[in-house]
Design a protein around this ligand. Structure first.
Ligand code: FES
Ligand code: FE2
Length: 394
């Protein structure tokens, strides 16, 4: 097919299958979606002390989040200004006084300023004050730490402002990590497939027996001011599964929560791929980071307010157990779809009104990458060009 101005391609208001495997489209997603939106890297309680840091490698970038002597949190590229080595190693740790690059020993203060350059006289004309670590956009929202690889995104607090009132009761600034809950795993599927499944509750009655018993018909997915929010109110009818039945019975009252939160599982989505689940007894987040069109990293962790009650310990165990079986169930759906999406008989999605969350994500992607509105895969080498053209006509 030759380029032709008279040719009008077929468009679609949900993503077509080609957007799940096309390498050029995948590069656009990294550029226009992941590198220009806030990414959740942890919580302030993960790095409570001076010198505590965590790192976050994604999309070819390396981030370092560290707390300085005044307990201020900073975010930098974890890239030495000399020749680009990693300044710190590992997913987390503590650098008590200074960050020392392991390659040639350039060192930095905890606020990123250069501290010492060995044999500095051998760098004629070097302006040390300009050699500090390169800052990254950082935002702390309810104690959750977000970074952004772009400098000019709308602040997360402003994006999420309509949700604030709803979240205040959870006292999220005071939550602490729950030991052993942090994970980061490679999974063999496109990042969108996970969220297509996660963004609708239509599959809960059949796909998730434990969730169905837990909140059954008292579950709803909403889009509130552009933000996906889901509500599951715990069923009073005892579940058949022992984890659900025991959870229903054991879950105690939490004095910091209002009455209508006592038996609520609340979830919110943050574009592009983060979900935070607020349960009466704990909080968890998960997200996906794209590695390739058919591989993603799945990342998450759980937190909770300090509470030594025995029944709270048990209820948290059961919350995690219920979520684990849900996740295993979703995992098989995801794998089936990943395998099926290249089938020539793969359907144009037919969405129920209960699946509005799927369409919502697709349209957010289409707004940022207009070539995603095309029903058919463009010829090789044309995806980026067509997208540029469409962007300039916007
Ligand atoms: S690369 Fe860090 S000191 Fe040389
Ligand atoms: Fe699910």
């Amino acid at each position: 097919m030759s380029d032709s101005t008279s040719f009008v391609p077929e468009t679609t208001d949900i993503l077509a299958p080609w957007t799940y495997w096309n390498q050029e489209f995948f590069e656009l997603e990294k550029e226009y979606i992941y590198k220009r939106n806030w990414l959740l890297v942890g919580h302030i309680s993960d790095i409570p002390n001076s010198g505590d840091y965590l790192t976050f490698d994604a999309l070819g970038e390396r981030a370092l989040i560290i707390r300085d002597e005044n307990l201020t949190i900073h975010a930098f590229h974890n890239v030495c200004r000399h020749r680009g080595a990693k300044v710190v190693e590992g997913a987390y740790g503590n650098c008590p006084r200074a960050l020392v690059c392991p390659f040639h020993g350039w060192s930095y203060h905890l606020d990123g300023q250069v501290r010492y350059i060995p044999r500095a006289e051998t760098f004629p004309g070097l302006q040390q004050e300009k050699c500090g670590l390169v800052k990254l956009s950082l935002e702390i929202w309810f104690g959750f730490i977000f970074i952004n690889f772009s400098e000019n995104s709308e602040s997360l607090a402003s994006q999420m402002r309509t949700l604030v009132e709803k979240l205040v009761p959870y006292q999220l600034e005071n939550i602490q990590p729950l030991a052993g809950t942090k994970y980061r795993q490679k999974r063999p599927y496109n990042w969108k497939i996970i969220h297509d499944i996660d963004n609708e509750g239509y599959h809960v009655p059949i796909g998730h027996p434990s969730l169905q018993q837990l909140y059954g018909n008292q579950y709803s997915d909403e889009i509130e001011n552009g933000i996906p929010v889901s509500y599951g109110y715990i069923n009073e009818k005892p579940g058949k599964l022992w984890s659900v039945r025991h959870y229903q019975k054991i879950l105690p009252r939490f004095d910091h929560l209002p009455d209508d939160y006592q038996r609520l599982w609340l979830y919110t989505g943050i574009f592009p791929s983060m979900v935070i689940g607020f349960y009466p007894d704990m909080v968890e987040y998960y997200m996906s980071i794209p590695i390739s069109p058919d591989c993603s990293e799945y990342i998450g962790a759980a937190y909770a307010l300090p509470d030594v009650r025995r029944e709270v310990k048990l209820s948290r165990y059961l919350t995690q157990r219920i979520n684990q079986s849900t996740e295993q169930e979703d995992e098989s759906f995801v794998r089936w779809i990943q395998k099926g999406i290249k089938s020539s008989a793969f359907p144009k999605l037919q969405l129920s009104t209960l699946e509005q969350g799927v369409k919502h994500l697709h349209q957010q992607i289409q707004q940022r990458i207009p070539v995603a509105t095309l029903a058919n895969e463009p010829a090789p080498g044309k995806v980026t060009k067509i997208n540029h053209l469409m962007l300039s006509h916007h």
